[in-house]
Design a protein around this ligand. Structure first.
Ligand code: PRX
Length: 657
C-alpha cells in the first residue's frame, strides 16, 4: 500500500458499495428525468446558462452578453438589468401566485404561527423599502441585518434588494463582537434588528448585542428595531426607530431599482473558524439564476411542493435556499424560528406533518443528533408527505445517510447530498434525484455545466480512487466575484495555488471508478501519520458505523516519531457506556476497516463536541485538546463548556495528569 499510494495527495482508503437508484415512480414525476441536460451543458455551457436565464429571470433589460472570463474574475450577463426582489415578488404576483403562501412561519413558542402570501410579502417588502429610503438608504449602500428566524428577516433582505442596497446578514447567534467586525468591514450605516429572539425557550438579547456592537462600529447611524418578544430594551433616541412606526406611514407601492446584472446583491462572511472573516461578494443575475435552477432541479420543486430548508437564513444555505431560490421559483416554504429540540426532539417531524412538507433539507450534524436520540421521535408523526430529503454542510457518514433514508424518508425518498460553499453561491456537486443513482456518503456528480477536478500538490490530476484537492476549472454564474474590498486576498486564497484559471476550494476529495465525488473534509483536516495523509472524514465515518457510536471527530496530535497520531473523540448512543474495553474495541474496529495505519492512538468519550454555531466541528480546538495546548479562541463556539470537559478527559487519558 505504501508505494502504491505514495504520490496521492490524500489517501483514500474507505469504499462504500451500497447504491440506490431513483424509483420509477419518482422518475416519472421528476422535473429532470434524463441525462440530456448534462449533454446540453457539456456541449456549450455558456449557452446552457444563457438559455436558462431566459426562463428563470425576468429582465428589465435583456442581456446581450453571457460570460466574460478574465481569470480570476468573471462576469455574467453584464449588460442585463433586473431587480432581484421584483423577480421574487412582483413577478410571482403577476403570474397569479398572489394568494399563494410564500412562507408558513412557525414560531418557537408552540402555537405561534403565521402564513404570508406572495402578495402580503410584496406589500411588507415595499413598505420597508420605502422606510429604508426615508432613512437615506440608497443604491450601492450596505445595510446590516441581525435578526432571528422571523418572517421579517427575508422581508428585510428583499427590501434591501428592492432599493439596491447590499445586505450584510449576521447570524443571530453571533456575539456583539462578531457583529461589530462585520459592520466595520462593510461600512454599513443602517442596521435592522429586533428586540429579542427566541432560542431553546430563552430570549436572545439581539438589540442589546446590537447596542454593544454600535460602540465598536462607529459608522452605524440608524437602527430599525422589530418588536418580537415585546420586552423593554435600551433605546437611543434619534438613532433607533421601531420597525412598525417606520413602515406605518409608508406607501405599499415602491418602485424597484433598476440594477445591473453584476451589481452587488449581498455580502456574506464565510463561517471560517480562524482568521478574520472573509466577506464574499455576490451579484444579482448570475446568483439568482444559479440558485433558482439548482433549487428547482435538485430538490425537484413543483407548483405544489411544500419546501423546508431547515438552515438559518444567516448562512449561505438560507440566503440561497430559503430566500432567493425558492421565492424566484414561486415556492411555498416553511420557516421555523427555533431549535429542533424545543420543546422536544420531534419538533421538526411535528412541523412536517402539520404542513405536509414534501422536501426537507438539513445538515449532517443535525441528522447525527436525530440518530443519537433514536427513531422513536420521527415515529410519533405521519411523514408520508415527504418525497425528497437533502443534506449540506459536511460529509455525511454513510451510516447516518442510511438512517435518514430509513427512518425519515421511510425508504421512499431520494437523498440529495449537495456540496457547495459560501463562495460558490449555490450547489455545484449533487445528484439530480430523478436521474442519479445514489451512493451513501457521496455528493455524486457535478451539476450540469460545472467542472470539478481533483489535483495533487503539483496541479496534476490524481488517478481515480485517490484523494487530492478539489478545484473547479470553469466559472459558473453564482460564484462570488471577489472579497469585499480585498481583491488581493481573493486572488491569494482561491486563485494562487493552481493559478488564476482554477478555483481552489480548500476541500479534499476523491473520485471513484464511476466518476462519483467523495468529499473528505477541509484539507486542513487531513491527518499525517508517518507520511500518510489520512482523511478525518473516513476515520469518522468508520467509527460511526460501530453500533455504539452516535458521532465522532478525529484529529491529529503532534507525535515526535510519526508526524501525527490520531486522537478520536466519540459520543455514544443511548444505552452504551464509556469504558476502556470499548475504546480498545473502537481502535481495533478502525484498524480493521481502514488499515493499521489509521488505528487511533486514543479514543476519548465525551458528552458533546466543540461546534461552531453553524454546527461545524472546530478541529482547531480538538487539536489543542489532543495536544494538551492552551485552548485557542473559543468565542465562536456554540457551547464553550464542552471543551473544558473534553480537555480534562484528554489530559487524564493521555497521561498528562
Ligand atoms: O468543507 C465543505 C463543507 O462545507 C464547506 C463550506 O462551508 P460554508 O461556506 O459554511 O457553506 C456551507 C453550506 C454550503 C465546504 O468547503 N461541505 C458543504 N457541503 C458539503 C460539505 N462537505 C461534504 N459534503 C457536502 N455535501
Amino acid at each position: 500500500m505504501e508505494t502504491e499510494h505514495a504520490h496521492a495527495a490524500i489517501e483514500a482508503l474507505l469504499e462504500e458499495r451500497r447504491t440506490f437508484s431513483p424509483s420509477e415512480d419518482f422518475r416519472a414525476g421528476a422535473a429532470i428525468s434524463d441525462e440530456e441536460v448534462y449533454r446540453r451543458a457539456e456541449k456549450d455551457f455558456e449557452r446552457f446558462w444563457a438559455e436558462l436565464a431566459g426562463e428563470f429571470i425576468g429582465w428589465f433589460k435583456e442581456p446581450t452578453k453571457t460570460m466574460d472570463w478574465k481569470p480570476p474574475h468573471a462576469t455574467w450577463f453584464a449588460d442585463g438589468e433586473l431587480n432581484v426582489a421584483w423577480n421574487c415578488l412582483d413577478k410571482q404576483v403577476d403570474a397569479g401566485r398572489g394568494g399563494k403562501v410564500a412562507y408558513h412561519w412557525v414560531g418557537e413558542p408552540e402555537g405561534e404561527t403565521r402564513d404570508l402570501t406572495y402578495e402580503e410579502l410584496l406589500r411588507e417588502v415595499s413598505r420597508l423599502a420605502n422606510g429604508l429610503r426615508s432613512l437615506g438608504v440608497r443604491k450601492g449602500d450596505r445595510v446590516g441585518i441581525y435578526m432571528g428566524m422571523v418572517p421579517e428577516l427575508p422581508v428585510a433582505m428583499l427590501a434591501c434588494a428592492r432599493v439596491g442596497a447590499a445586505h450584510v446578514v449576521v447570524f443571530g447567534g453571533f456575539s456583539a463582537e462578531s457583529l461589530a467586525e462585520r459592520m466595520r468591514d462593510t461600512g454599513a450605516k443602517v442596521l435592522i434588528t429586533q428586540d429579542e429572539g427566541w432560542r431553546k425557550g430563552s430570549k436572545v438579547p439581539l438589540k442589546r448585542n446590537a447596542d454593544d456592537a454600535a460602540d465598536e462600529a462607529p459608522d452605524l447611524e440608524r437602527f430599525v428595531v422589530l418588536r418580537r418578544t415585546g420586552d423593554d430594551v435600551p433605546w437611543t433616541e434619534g438613532r433607533d426607530v421601531w420597525w412598525d412606526e417606520l413602515v406605518d406611514e409608508q406607501s405599499e407601492e415602491c418602485e424597484a431599482e433598476r440594477m445591473n446584472a453584476e451589481d452587488v446583491l449581498f455580502l456574506l462572511h464565510t463561517s471560517g473558524t480562524t482568521a478574520k472573516p472573509k466577506g464574499a461578494q455576490h451579484t444579482s443575475a448570475g446568483y439568482l439564476l444559479h440558485v433558482s435552477v439548482t433549487h428547482k432541479w435538485i430538490f425537484d420543486i413543483h407548483e405544489d411542493t411544500v419546501w423546508w430548508c431547515a438552515a438559518d437564513v444567516g448562512w449561505i444555505t438560507g440566503h440561497s435556499y430559503i430566500v432567493y431560490g425558492p421565492l424566484n421559483n414561486g415556492t411555498t416554504s416553511v420557516l421555523y424560528e427555533g431549535d429542533p429540540a424545543y420543546p422536544d426532539w420531534d419538533r421538526h417531524w411535528q412541523i412536517v406533518e402539520r404542513y405536509g412538507v414534501s422536501a426537507y433539507y438539513t445538515a449532517p450534524t443535525l441528522i447525527r443528533s436525530f440518530v443519537k436520540m433514536g427513531p422513536e421521535y420521527p415515529a410519533r408523526h405521519d411523514l408520508s408527505s415527504l418525497r425528497l430529503l437533502g443534506t449540506v454542510g459536511e460529509p455525511i457518514n454513510p451510516e447516518a445517510w442510511v438512517w435518514y433514508w430509513k427512518y425519515i424518508g421511510q425508504e421512499r425518498c431520494p437523498i440529495v447530498d449537495t456540496w457547495w460553499q459560501t463562495e460558490t453561491g449555490g450547489i455545484l456537486i449533487t445528484p439530480l434525484p430523478g436521474v442519479t443513482t445514489l451512493k451513501p456518503g457521496s455528493a455524486t456528480v457535478p451539476f450540469p455545466g460545472i467542472k470539478p477536478e481533483i489535483l495533487d500538490e503539483q496541479g496534476n490530476p490524481v488517478p481515480q480512487g485517490e484523494g487530492g484537492f478539489l478545484t473547479i476549472s470553469r466559472p459558473w454564474p453564482g460564484m462570488f466575484r471577489t472579497l469585499w474590498e480585498d481583491d488581493e486576498r481573493y486572488v491569494q486564497t482561491y486563485f494562487s495555488k493552481y493559478g488564476p484559471e482554477t478555483y481552489f476550494t480548500g476541500d479534499g476529495a476523491k473520485q471513484d471508478s464511476d466518476g462519483y465525488f467523495w468529499l473528505m473534509g477541509r484539507i486542513d483536516d487531513v491527518i499525517n501519520v508517518a507520511g500518510h495523509r489520512l482523511s478525518t472524514t473516513e476515520i469518522e465515518s468508520t467509527l460511526v458505523e460501530h453500533a455504539a457510536v452516535a458521532e465522532a471527530a478525529a484529529t491529529g496530535a503532534a507525535d515526535p516519531d510519526r508526524g501525527q497520531r490520531i486522537v478520536c473523540f466519540v459520543l455514544l448512543k443511548g444505552g452504551h457506556e464509556p469504558s476502556d474495553e470499548l475504546a480498545e474495541e473502537l481502535r481495533q474496529f478502525v484498524a480493521q476497516k481502514i488499515g493499521k495505519i489509521a488505528r487511533p492512538a486514543a479514543v476519548l468519550f465525551g458528552d458533546d463536541l466543540p461546534k461552531t454555531r453553524s454546527g461545524k466541528i472546530m478541529r482547531r480546538l480538538l487539536k489543542d485538546i489532543a495536544e494538551g495546548n492552551e485552548l485557542g479562541d473559543t468565542t465562536t463556539l456554540r457551547d464553550a463548556t464542552v471543551v473544558d470537559d473534553l480537555k480534562q478527559k484528554a489530559d487524564a487519558a493521555l497521561g498528562r495528569r
